[in-house]
Ligand binder design. Structure first.
Ligand SMILES: [Zn+2]
Length: 451
């Protein structure tokens, strides 16, 4: 260790640490120690003398250490609807399943669903997520208890009247910085096709006043962009620009329908705008094209990895999102040399941290950053032998290979056992809620999908 007199709260020894992921040529270093003080990385470098007695030590010989993964767009409590709306097109997914079922949600349902999501994410090395949902005080309670980090936004439609925007702004203001700083917030208008321009303009103003970003679905697919152009003469991205949403800073969910003409508009806001890419849902809903990652990255607009809600994606597995991104980008670009393993890791770390507005705090194992760390065991037959650690991480490693996770300096998963969440208790709490949650005989729905 660098300083014999230093004391640390936690020391991870012997790992193979990802030391440089800022570009597309990642560097891993063996026999590395990571030391943590007050929730931040205080030292990272070669193994040295044993830490002083009393220091919490994680022996990580041979384990690969990466920055905790980041889910840049999800609706965490939709774990409650896992697998309930399969093999249907997107309009019936919304109008016949998800939006009718969301009428049934209670605050306690959202708490339990979010806690289950936190359990799944922490178990698979995800230490941060950007959430866009309802009853967000309940989601915040789950985040606080689980030890995960989250950017939370209370979703609203203009059909809710002024109360929707007010609630979203009130929540963003009250909760920003909560849970010892692990919670940050966003304003969360649903989309330009469900929130009118006046409400978008007001949301942008509130976000700027509070000092947070706007998290919004936009240009989710090409059909939405075409519909916007034919009905209003402008693209969804132009709507975000005219209403000040991009000036406020934006997490754009999906962006698959971003046009060539939209790129320079987004490039002007590249330091405060990112696009969350959730490939599994685009593939499942058969909605081409994919997010134009090549065009976005070419002008410095960050693209982060996401899953969207589990009702579409079925998992909250960011290793899976990263793998699908690498493979589908090669396929659509018809270029096997594009979206390298190093680039995929950069998307899942640096660019994801930029996308959710935490570029200086997370996304790299560097002194001074928050200590969000996932330790991955690559000794399994599906990873061996490891000639290339980056390739093993992108194409071979599984969520279940994550053995130990540190979030904000605290060990939350140890030897595959969650220390902060009792999954069996959640399962039992949920069992008598499930029939009520999926009942759609009431004939109501929270919103109509007709972009
Ligand atoms: Zn979404």
């Amino acid at each position: 260790m660098s300083d014999d007199t230093a004391t640390y709260d936690l020391v991870i020894t012997g790992c193979i640490a990802l030391r440089d992921n800022a570009g597309t040529s990642p560097r891993f270093e063996s026999n590395t120690t990571i030391a943590v003080t007050d929730g931040r990385i205080a030292y990272i470098g070669p193994d040295g003398d044993a830490p002083p007695a009393g220091t919490d030590v994680v022996e990580a010989a041979g384990l690969v250490a990466i920055p905790g993964l980041i889910n840049c767009h999800t609706h965490a409590a939709m774990t409650l609807f896992r697998g309930i709306a399969e093999d249907v097109p997107v309009h019936s997914w919304f109008n016949e399943y998800v939006w009718p079922m969301e009428v049934n949600l209670t605050e306690e349902d959202v708490y339990l669903g979010t806690l289950l999501a936190c359990a799944e994410m922490l178990s698979s090395g995800v230490t941060s997520f950007a959430d866009h949902y309802f009853y967000m005080d309940a989601a915040a309670r789950a985040v606080d208890e689980s030890g995960i980090r989250a950017n939370l936004g209370w979703a609203f439609f203009s059909s809710m009247g002024s109360q929707g925007l007010e609630q979203s702004a009130d929540f963003a203001e009250r909760l920003n910085g909560a849970a010892g700083g692990r919670i940050t917030t966003s304003l969360a208008p649903h989309a330009p096709y469900t929130v009118n321009d006046a409400d978008l303009t007001a949301a942008a103003g509130e976000a700027e006043r509070i000092g947070v970003r706007v998290h919004i679905h936009a240009a989710e697919n090409l059909a939405q962009t075409e519909s916007s152009v034919s009905s209003r003469g402008i693209t969804p991205i132009e709507i975000l620009n005219r209403t000040g949403i991009l000036d406020a800073g934006t997490i754009i969910a999906h962006g698959c329908g971003i046009t060539e003409a939209d790129i320079p508009i987004l490039a002007e806001h590249r330091t405060s705008v990112g696009v969350a890419h959730c490939p599994k849902v685009y593939l499942k809903h058969a909605l081409p094209p994919l997010t134009p990652i090549r065009a976005l990255n070419a002008v410095g607009i960050p693209v982060g990895m996401g899953t969207d809600g589990v009702a579409g994606n079925n998992t909250l597995d960011i290793l899976e999102s990263m793998r699908l991104t690498a493979m589908t980008q090669k396929y659509v670009e018809e270029d096997a040399t594009w979206l390298t393993t190093g680039h995929a890791i950069n998307l899942a770390t640096t660019q994801s941290a930029e996308t959710i507005g935490l570029a200086d705090d997370i996304g790299a194992l560097e002194v001074g950053r928050r200590a969000d760390i996932a330790l991955i065991d690559m000794s399994g037959p599906h990873c061996q032998p490891v000639h290339d650690t980056a390739a093993a991480l992108v194409y071979s490693a599984r969520a279940g290979d994550v053995v130990t996770v540190v979030s904000d300096g605290a060990v939350v998963l140890k030897d595959r056992k969650l220390l902060t969440i009792d999954v069996a208790a959640i399962r039992s709490e949920l069992s008598d809620r499930l029939d009520r949650l999926i009942d759609v005989t009431h004939g109501d729905q929270i919103q109509r999908y007709d972009p």
